[in-house]
Design a protein around this ligand. Structure first.
Ligand SMILES: [Zn+2]
Length: 665
């Protein structure tokens, strides 16, 4: 799922995300034995603790060299250790390493909290005179002081102890919440006849057991096609329900605890609630603006949503003449039917053109052309035999490295996400990333992908390029995707547009017979893409309102299910289905807390940035360079609002988004 993002969450925990390097070592090296990982992580944590204490004790003159440089080194060390732990925890095939990594994450987060509450370090930062320093160093000073204050460093000892305790409890709760989601795979049983409508390769991969029954799980490769193609309405309802019962009831209390502890934290820091605290450092600035934004988008989408809904209902009435409403478990199936019939788009025909190997290589080639870079295989240890490694070169010089872990396996992270492995620091270390997805094609490059998987792949690839291109900062705090959290999806959302263009697709959308995707099919695809967009935006605003409202209140009176039902009624196009508890498996309610609105906010800006490529050409290397230099390479060294202004030559506007919603273009 594109809307999942792990890349930024771990960094947001760490005020100082950086790291010193033992300079001779490649920090991206993958550890395959648990004893080696234990030794390595112990050493890194000990080194970080030692460095932290020495910075705290430092009593000499306070300047950039004596304060910011050692802090940067500490950041580098923490970043390296935390990022590796996060990746291992989510993807490593060795259960011992996953467990160990989870412990390392807890320790690092604990240490990061301690650093963020260190009054000697805060005072040292405040004492550094930066008036004659470079712009990025001045920004660093401001950011450090702001973040220290937000962490509560200027509060009393008693309050700081409470904050520390809450932070530690929150890390554990957060891990529990996500573990409950990963581990809870539910199943339904169907007969071969109940697979009617599904593509041939899906049926071939789901053979009945000795009892003649087929098991369908809630994992995406099972779930998504079933909801899209299965003719049997009852079975779709059954799968929909178990999908929305995942992690319930376990996660109900866990989420309630997360929300309550975050509220307590915000109150200790003298904010109205956690939603206000979280939005303060974003482009949107406060919870009231977020609420206004959600309502504004919801209103813009309303007319389109009504049209879309009427079409779906009419189609449903052909199947069931008595139907008076469209249900949530029917929307995907009906949308697919309408696309096949009215818009003459057949996803089964479409997917013939997306062979895993060609898509993978095609996207790599496309990125190389657009940004004028080279990508070549990298010979290095990996954590699973299906993982591939690459190097990114600019002017024949390696500027970053990455791993592609694209296929599902047991105990692996279930969504699609970009993971930072190393954040780049000028003259010290190159950036390293990993893309973690769940596509088909592990042992077969001719396995077929859905078009939306292709889009997801490019989306995540976009995060990766952002991370790698911005890896040349002096201060690790500004390295990688360290821009405001409500902007960071914009570059990836913009890049999705490239998967809807015939000229781009013809390079890699080629079927097993060697035929290129016909331009007419792409045209139809584009026409079909926007069908249902009004409904989709309304649904997204339901999720955004859910995320905001859970945190924009006093949790003492919060009933998770009731609030969800009320918001679903207000924003979503489909009714609540009894016995479902979507919040229990919606990972973003933890990771993004109140800020799920960010996706739409970023989409508004992405539409505006894309309008420049529409004019200049989507593979125009001059525009690609301009974009890379102004938006991606600065990382977090400038406010997002200014990055966008630098690229557009004017402030961003809502107009391209609103026009698209009105006209369907
Ligand atoms: Zn994303």
């Amino acid at each position: 799922m594109k809307q999942i993002l792990v890349d930024a969450t771990i960094l947001s925990v760490l005020i100082l995300s950086g790291c010193l390097a033992v300079k001779s070592k490649t920090h991206s090296e993958i550890t395959c034995s648990s004893s080696a990982y234990r030794k390595e992580s112990r050493r890194d944590i000990a080194e970080a603790c030692e460095l932290f204490r020495s910075i705290e004790k430092y009593a000499g003159e306070k300047n950039v060299k004596s304060v910011f440089v050692p802090l940067n080194e500490l950041g580098i060390l923490l970043d390296r250790t935390a990022c590796k732990a996060s990746l291992y925890h989510h993807v490593h095939p060795d259960a011992k390493i996953r467990k160990l990594a989870e412990e390392v994450e807890q320790e690092i987060a604990k240490l990061a909290t301690e650093i963020s509450l260190s009054r000697p370090i805060y005072e040292a930062c405040a004492a550094v005179n930066v008036s004659n320093e470079s712009t990025d160093t001045q920004r660093l000073a401001k950011r450090l002081i702001r973040d220290f204050k937000r962490a509560g460093v200027d509060k009393s000892d008693e309050v700081r102890t409470k904050i520390k305790q809450l932070q530690e409890e929150l890390v554990k709760l957060s891990q529990e919440f996500s573990r409950n989601i990963t581990e809870d795979i539910r199943k339904i049983r169907v007969t071969p006849a109940e697979l009617t409508g599904l593509p041939k390769d899906y049926i071939e991969n789901h053979k009945p057991g000795s009892d003649g029954v087929i098991t369908i799980t809630t994992d995406y490769p099972d779930y998504v096609p079933f909801m899209q193609y299965a003719e049997n309405d009852q079975k779709r309802l059954e799968l929909y329900k178990v999908f929305r019962q995942r992690s319930y009831p376990k996660n109900e209390q866990v989420l309630k605890d997360i929300i309550t502890k975050r509220y307590q934290l915000a109150r200790l820091l003298e904010y109205r609630n956690f939603a206000d605290y979280e939005t303060e450092t974003r482009m949107i600035k406060n919870a009231t603006n977020a609420r206004d934004f959600i309502d504004k988008i919801s209103a813009i989408a309303e007319p389109r949503a009504r049209q879309d809904y009427a079409i779906l209902l009419k189609r449903l009435q052909k199947i069931n003449p008595n139907a008076t409403k469209v249900n949530d478990w029917q929307k995907t199936y009906l949308t697919e039917l309408v696309k096949q019939e009215n818009l003459r788009i057949d996803s089964k025909e479409l997917r013939q053109y997306f062979q895993a190997g060609k898509v993978r290589n095609g996207i790599i080639d496309m990125v190389c052309t657009l940004f004028n870079v080279k990508i070549r295989p990298w010979n290095t240890p990996v954590w699973h035999k299906s993982v591939r490694a690459y190097e990114l070169l600019d002017n024949e010089k390696v500027i970053g490295r990455f791993f592609l872990d694209l296929y599902p396996r047991e105990n692996k992270y279930k969504h699609a996400a970009h993971f930072t492995l190393v954040s780049g620091v000028r003259d010290q270390q190159l950036p390293v990333s990993a893309l973690v997805c769940n596509f088909s094609g592990e042992n077969d490059d001719t396995a077929l992908m859905e078009h939306d998987q292709v889009e997801t792949f490019l989306h995540e690839f976009g995060h990766m390029m952002h991370h790698l291109f911005s890896g040349n900062q002096r201060w690790i705090l500004f390295s990688g995707i360290s821009t405001e959290l409500d902007f960071l999806e914009a570059p990836s959302q913009m890049l999705e547009e490239w998967t809807w263009n015939a000229e781009i697709l013809k390079k890699f959308a080629i079927n097993r017979k060697g035929e290129i995707i016909p331009p007419q099919l792409v045209e139809k695809m584009v026409a079909a893409k926007d069908f249902g967009v009004g409904l989709d935006k309304k649904q997204q605003m339901f999720y955004a309102a859910l995320s905001l409202d859970y945190y924009n209140c006093d949790p003492a009176t919060l009933d998770l299910t009731r609030t969800m039902q009320a918001l679903q009624k207000k924003y979503a196009p489909y009714e609540y289905v009894p016995d479902t508890y979507f919040f229990a498996s919606f990972g973003h309610l933890d990771g993004y807390s109140a800020m799920y609105y960010s996706y739409m906010w970023a989409e508004v800006i992405a539409k505006d940035m894309f309008s420049q490529f529409e004019k200049a050409g989507m593979l125009n290397p001059v525009m690609g360079k301009e974009y890379r230099d102004t938006i991606l390479a600065p990382g977090g060294s400038k406010d997002a609002e200014d990055l966008v202004k630098d690229f557009l030559g004017r402030p961003y506007s809502f107009e391209p988004f609103a026009k698209w919603m009105e006209g369907g273009k």
